[in-house]
Design a protein around this ligand. Sequence first.
Ligand SMILES: [Zn+2]
Length: 202
Amino acid sequence: MVDLIPSSDTVMQILKRTGAFREGHFVYPNGKHSPHYFQMPLAFRYYDTARVLAVALSRKFRVDRDISSQLPKVSIISPSSGGIPVAFGVRDALSAEQIYWAEQEGNKRRFRQYINKGEVNPSIMVDDIIRSGHAIEETDTLVKELGTPVIGCGAIVRFTSAPDKLGAVPIRSLVEFDAQMYDEGEDCRDCKKDVPVEHVRF
Ligand SMILES: [Zn+2]
């Protein structure tokens, strides 16, 4: 089964082809410059690529005995809207019973109203991309407040600068990406070459 997980290169090709991985001279909202940018929902707009990616990620969980022994009584949880299509795809592939997602309301991440303690199955948290890890860490706190253990965590892409564990739970991903971030100016290769910048929203 492990052999059926596409290689990191294959996944990157899918992300490039769909426009989810972009190369250029980007300025992030925090002011950092980078020669690359991920806009993951562009890969999940197509049924075929969404399925390939979600099924591949689901296999990373299924090989974990602790997780597979608890199926289908698990919940798939997304920390953000970008993770929702990933969560639905992984839920389908694992035949997991439940799905939840957190959203930003004002400046606070929360679940929808009327989700009560004791209702949420042991959870596998999934996102499209883990850049800093803040979203999954905040959601981990919310999940624990509901009295639910997190038994798995993963994303299509994880920046290598982000944590690779959530407590004792390893963070699984299809691509481990070494993100390059620079200050404007001398540090940035594209600034030096006067390449026009593109501002990205998040
Ligand atoms: Zn630059």
